[in-house]
Design a protein around this ligand. Sequence first.
Ligand code: NAD
Length: 367
Amino acid sequence: MSNPSLLILPGDGIGREVMAEVRRIIDWFGANRGLTFDVSEDLVGGAAYDAHGVPLHDDTMAKAQEVDAVLLGAVGGPAYDDLDFSVKPERGLLRLRKEMDLFANLRPAQCFDALADFSSLKTDIVSGLDIMIVRELTSGVYFGEPRGIFMEDNMRVGVNTQRYTEAEIERGARAAFELAMKRDKRLCSMEKANVMESGILWRDVVTEVSKDYPEVALSHMYADNGAMQLVRAPKQFDVIYTDNLFGDILSDCAAMLTGSLGMLPSASLGAPMENGRPKALYEPVHGSAPDIAGQGKANPSACILSFAMALRYSFDQGAEADRLEQAVQDVLADGVRTADLMQADGGTPVSTSEMGDAVLAKLDASL
Ligand code: NAD
């Protein structure tokens, strides 16, 4: 059998720096765990614009469709701020998500014990937190028609449309139930069925899908209450399934429970390919961080943890994903910190590559 394939798109700014550390970790798994990937690397975002005049070349798009998983760093930067909207770096990322039809966005919010002090909430509320938000990513109010700013009675009217088909709700729900089956078997679906018809349909379809997952305890919650509960008692949740708009807000809210942008991974999954693996794009939540780019200050953990998600969700290597996540946790428990994780009272931060070294040392120690 051939090796699983991975397309690496470092992108811009710190994307390149954090991805360099992930490359070393990928090599470690090849050398020590018999997990060899066929890795190819290409350009996206500003880097692709500089080389080709577009933020994603057609050949790169075609490659992304063929590989088992795509791993992306970050795109964007001030050098590209004045470009036409159609060729801005972010358009490269949006094109990947759209053409790969990545409808389920997975955003874990996990609080590592060593970082519990970083949360804006009290330590006992967040320590041990481990929740997963599944956000529907390709439909809803960000895409619904009609949309625009129109004239009505001599006045401008802004219009967006929340629209969901049963099929769109169902496929995301199945992804969420499958995840719940691999976790604590609890799923909370969030919408606004009290005031939105699309919410009534959402609740109906999710309830219908739940019949195929009798082991999963399903609950429903209005999304505004969900936001309150996330900051009141976040540990009550295991998996949350919600729409594109509510998911955008709730996942950012949940993410901040854990402290730093430099720690947050994500996955966007689509339909299964012929080999049974889902179309998949893994990327840290953070951007290209122009304020620290090129200085060796970036925290590579979010990108490293995104690769751990790839091990788990694309390559069925849950135990190896655990090994990598544990290595990151152990490094933090030793007090090793990049600058974004330093408390005001100090210590000396490590560089991006020193953080990579520390994770590799923990991986070695895990053998
Ligand atoms: P950002 O996430 O790049 O940075 C926000 C702040 O967090 C900065 O102070 C940065 O230094 C810090 N930060 C982020 N990641 C870090 C890490 N790994 N380690 C240490 N510190 C980290 O967001 P921004 O400043 O709003 O955007 C900068 C550029 O990135 C813009 O061009 C934006 O469009 C783009 N962007 C891209 C993505 C993406 O590629 N998915 C996401 C968000 C923003």
